[in-house]
Design a protein around this ligand. Structure first.
Ligand code: ZN
Length: 364
């Protein structure tokens, strides 16, 4: 995620803060300062920092549990709406997803229990030091942690409760069906939340409900993609009528090829047809900006390209594709066979939507 500042690395995972979180913190500080001066500002900011430290601990509950099942997380980012840990894949078994999802809220419950025990231990002296604001802070922080645990257990994506629900359903149903049912329940919960917010005048609740509603829809959509491409091989779906650019081509020649085709990604091949790079439309535009018509275009190509072999699954290709525009498909000798793009995946989905039992045959 862009616009984030790394504050450290813990247990092998980078903890990053998004700029919007710092703005949020500054806003809290200024608002408190206007109300009650410097002391109030310090207290408000300290309280928010304490809550978000608990949010980070919550994320580490997910991260460290996931690691036990071989799922790694390179970074966790703090946003004003909470923490986001990017897990590199789904765990293999539903019970693992359930444990990973529930570990976060359990961390908050544990923190609340410890804080309440601390507050309780000083309970006898509280009466003598009733004016001490730090004791109230401990109790407020415990309450905030209980709220975090409860809020995250709302059974709707992207909340942990949605994942717990999906994992529980997936123990009886197949994953895609479980995701769709969980997403529908999530959308119903979001509608109820939004309605409640409108009825009783909580705009923040309406905002959260909208966010949850669209997150649930996105999860259902990604599940539909997943079930449509399941069992399809890269060889079935890849684009094979692809125009390549030879490694020795000039910028002028690359522009001609760009204009003559509707492709957005161009494989760069050497004399023996081996894939040596990828040129995207933006790279060619960049090369044009550089000026010379007769300059070689190869320096503008991406050399570190992800490739996949034709017998691998389209599932695996989609995961590797990530945010990249295209993935090169190469044979055992490194020769270019085709490209996988988002368009390839979309077309498989169109065919599957028209005829769910359609058998793709190109791959043999
Ligand atoms: Zn969580």
């Amino acid at each position: 995620m862009g616009w984030s500042i790394t504050i450290g690395r813990f247990f092998g995972t980078y903890v990053r803060i998004h700029v919007t979180f710092l703005i949020f913190l500054a806003w809290i500080g200024v608002a408190a300062y206007m109300r009650g001066g410097m002391e109030a500002a310090k207290q408000s900011v300290a309280f928010i920092v304490a809550i978000f430290t608990c949010v980070v601990l919550h994320e580490f509950g997910h991260i460290l549990t996931a690691r036990r099942y071989g799922v790694h997380s390179t970074q966790v980012t703090l946003l004003p709406i909470g923490g986001v840990a990017d897990l590199d894949k789904m765990p293999e078994r539903p019970y693992q997803e359930l444990l990973i999802a529930i570990a976060g809220p359990l961390v908050n419950i544990a923190i609340a229990a410890v804080l309440l025990a601390v507050a309780g231990a000083f309970g006898g002296e509280t009466l003598q030091h009733i004016e001490d604001p730090s004791l109230g802070l401990v109790e407020k922080l415990a309450a905030a942690n209980l709220f975090l645990a409860l809020f995250n257990m709302v059974p709707a994506f992207p909340m942990d409760g949605g994942r717990v629900l999906r994992a529980a359903l997936a123990m009886w149903l197949d994953t895609d069906k479980a995701t769709r049912i969980a997403a529908h329940i999530g959308q119903a919960v979001a509608l109820a939340l939004g309605f409640f917010g409108l009825l009783y005048g909580y705009p923040i609740l309406v905002f959260i409900a909208l966010f949850v509603y669209f997150a649930a829809a996105a999860e259902a959509q990604s599940s539909r993609v997943h079930s449509a491409i399941h069992g399809v091989a890269v060889a079935d779906a890849m684009e094979t009528r692809v125009v390549s650019i030879s490694r020795g081509a000039t910028v002028g020649e690359a522009v001609d090829i760009l204009l003559a085709t509707s492709q957005e990604s161009f494989p760069v091949v050497n004399a023996s047809g081996e894939l040596v790079g990828l040129l995207f439309r933006d790279d060619i535009v960049e090369a044009v900006r550089g000026g010379d018509h007769n300059a070689p275009v190869a320096p503008f190509a991406h050399r570190e390209i992800a490739t996949i072999s034709p017998e691998q699954s389209l599932d695996a290709a989609l995961r590797q594709l990530g945010a990249a525009p295209a993935l090169g498909v190469v044979g055992p000798n490194g020769r270019l066979l085709g490209l996988v793009t988002r368009q390839s995946v979309a077309e498989v989905m169109l065919i599957k939507a028209a005829r769910p039992d359609w058998r793709f045959s190109r791959g043999g």
